[in-house]
Structures are given as structure tokens and as C-alpha cells.
Ligand binder design. Structure first.
Ligand code: NAD
Length: 311
């Protein structure tokens, strides 16, 4: 890593903690700033040398104290679960839009030389066939996706208006250790491991593109090091699967049968398919390293070996 002092906002969450682990492993001095919502867990940072600051990315005074002195700021802090945004979108607008803006402003004030704002394929809406490139119009369909699109556009505006050296990454669905068990992979694995049933939305035909969290973090790191300021980079997955296919793989990995699956009413406004064209990121030399079979088997083993983390 070419950065020596790295601030990871949202670094106690699933992906942020993986990124903090890599950055510290590369010898960077790591600061984690995290509000510790239900999704943030200090245990995710076990064994990672870091300075921890508990706080909110909406708190401008705190940011003015914490941000200066870092040569890379990466923003993973977000409300991240679509179902929660359907129940109540307020915190999503607050953290994902206002918080993103406050952090960008703090980076501008501190003249941070490099900023990466981490986003999602969900900002484009849903696509039946083909893939989006980075110029595709943003057409979010859930309150979560709309709030992420707001944060992305704020990053773009800070790059264009103020020349802030910020890149935006948009990634597909992540899987791996330490993901809060409300998302499909850890939810299904932990329920199957503890003898329960798993809920499959609608006809199970919704398609997602899966990437291991460590590959996503490697992509974020490459964009920080070699990305063009102001640009957006797609991080595509390695396995495009319907939720039914994913469920089949998880059942097999946990030694369970289809009798453990309950088909439930579909999520409101459920996006059918996401698909990213990652040509731009690949032109920087990126290729994901973890194949889905291996990564999923290792992920299931991690949850099986850490019941104390999830139960
Ligand atoms: P997560 O929910 O596991 O972690 C989010 C972290 O942000 C938590 O530690 C939480 O405490 C913290 N946080 C929330 N609000 C905060 C605030 N106001 N101030 C400071 N910290 C706050 O999420 P994740 O899955 O690790 O996702 C990280 C980022 O990656 C998000 O921006 C998400 O939109 C994006 N992303 C996730 C995926 C995925 O599959 N999980 C895919 C693409 C993009």
C-alpha cells in the first residue's frame, strides 16, 4: 500500500473491517471511525492494529478533528440493508447522503490527497440483459439505492466543483466472513447451521453477481492507488447466480436439503438483476483472485467455526 495513514470510515462493518485488516497488514497506520450501529462490531477488528474513534460521519466537528493527517480516506460507512430502508429510510438519507457530504467536506478542508467513496451496483436500478458501464444513468429503485446514489453524486460534485481527488467504486454483492447475519449468505448459513429454515424471496429468480470481500477490498485499494480522480470504477463479481442457485449451493455446503427452504412473499420493488461491466477497473490491471466455489466453502467454514460471533 502506497499510503501511510489511512482513515477507514465504517471500518467496524463487514467490508470496512476487511479493508482495515488489509491496510494494516500492508503496514499503514489505520484509524477506524465508526458509529457502531447494530451492523458495526469491534470484534470484526480483532487482531488489526488500529486507532478506534467511535463517532458519526454526520458530525462535522468530529470529522474536522479526525480527518487531517490521513493520506487516504475510504468511506464504507453506510446504512446498508435494503429491507431496513423499506421499513424506514430516514437513517439511510442521513448517513448515506448527509454523512457522505460531511466526510467529503472534511477531506476537502483537510486537503486529503486521496479519497475513495464506496458504492454499489444498486444505484443503476435493475437490468434484464447486458451490463451497465460507468456512464449508465442512475435509476435507483429502493430507498437504500437512492441514498447511495445521492452520496455518489455528492462525491462527483466535490470532484468537479472543488477538484477533490475522490474516486467512486460501485460493486456487486459481497460475501465472506463477518457479514452481519441479516444479509442472505450469513443469514442462510447461520440458520442452516443451527437447524432452522431459510426464507427465499418470491420465485427465487432474482440474479446477483457475487464477489469475495477480499477481492472487493483489493479493488478499492487499486482504485486508491491508480484510479483517475473524479472517476467511477465498477467492481464486478465472479459468479452470476439466481437466488435459487445460490440457495442450492448454500444448502449443499451446509449439508441440508430443500425441505429447509420456505418461499416467502417477494421484497417490495425487488430488483431483478444487476450486472456491471468492469472493463475500466480491469484496464488498471485488476482481476478478482478468489473463485466462488472456494470462497463460499471457506466462508461457510468461517461461520461454522465462529458461532460466538453470530449467536
Ligand atoms: P455494514 O452494514 O456491514 O457496515 C456499515 C458500517 O458503517 C457499520 O460498521 C456501521 O456501524 C457504520 N456506520 C453506519 N452509519 C454510520 C455513521 N453515520 N457514521 C459512522 N459509521 C456508521 O455494510 P457493508 O456491507 O460492510 O458495506 C460497506 C459499504 O459498501 C456500504 O457503503 C455499502 O453500501 C457498500 N456495498 C456493500 C455491498 C455488500 O454486498 N455488502 C456491495 C456493494 C457496496
Amino acid at each position: 500500500m502506497t499510503f501511510s495513514r489511512v482513515l477507514v470510515a465504517g471500518g467496524a462493518g463487514f467490508i470496512g473491517s476487511a479493508f482495515a485488516r488489509t491496510a494494516a497488514g500492508d503496514g499503514a497506520e489505520v484509524t477506524v471511525l465508526d458509529k457502531l450501529t447494530y451492523a458495526g462490531n469491534p470484534a470484526n477488528l480483532a487482531g488489526v492494529p488500529h486507532t478506534f474513534v467511535r463517532g458519526d460521519i454526520c458530525d462535522a466537528a468530529l470529522l474536522a478533528a479526525v480527518v487531517p493527517g490521513h493520506d487516504l480516506v475510504v468511506n464504507f460507512a453506510a446504512e446498508s440493508h435494503v429491507d431496513r430502508s423499506i421499513a424506514d429510510a430516514g437513517e439511510f438519507a442521513r448517513t448515506n447522503v448527509l454523512g457522505a457530504q460531511r466526510l467529503l467536506q472534511a477531506c476537502l478542508d483537510a486537503r486529503t490527497p486521496r479519497v475513495v467513496h464506496v458504492s454499489t451496483d444498486e444505484v443503476y436500478g435493475s437490468i434484464e440483459t447486458g451490463s451497465w458501464d460507468e456512464g449508465a444513468p442512475l435509476a435507483p429503485r429502493s430507498p437504500y439505492a437512492a441514498s447511495k446514489a445521492g452520496g455518489d453524486l455528492m462525491a462527483r460534485a466535490y470532484a468537479v466543483t472543488h477538484g477533490l481527488p475522490v474516486c467512486v467504486t460501485r460493486c456487486g454483492n459481497n460475501y465472506g466472513p463477518r457479514q452481519y447475519p441479516e444479509k442472505v449468505v450469513p443469514l442462510f448459513v447461520t440458520r442452516l447451521l443451527s437447524g432452522g429454515k431459510v426464507p427465499l424471496y418470491g420465485d427465487g429468480g432474482n440474479v446477483r453477481d457475487w464477489i469475495h470481500v477480499d477481492d472487493h477490498c483489493a479493488a478499492v485499494r487499486l482504485v486508491a492507488e491508480a484510479g483517475e480522480p473524479g472517476e467511477v470504477y465498477h467492481v464486478a463479481g465472479t459468479a452470476e447466480l439466481t437466488n435459487r442457485e445460490l440457495t442450492g449451493r448454500l444448502l449443499a455446503a451446509c449439508g441440508a436439503g430443500w425441505d429447509r427452504v420456505e418461499f416467502v412473499a417477494d421484497r417490495k420493488g425487488h430488483d431483478r438483476r444487476y450486472s456491471l461491466d468492469d472493463t475500466r477497473l480491469r484496464s488498471l490491471g485488476f482481476a478478482p483472485k478468489i473463485d466462488f466455489e472456494t470462497g463460499l466453502a471457506e466462508t461457510v467454514r468461517w461461520y461454522a467455526a465462529h458461532p460466538g460471533w453470530w449467536s
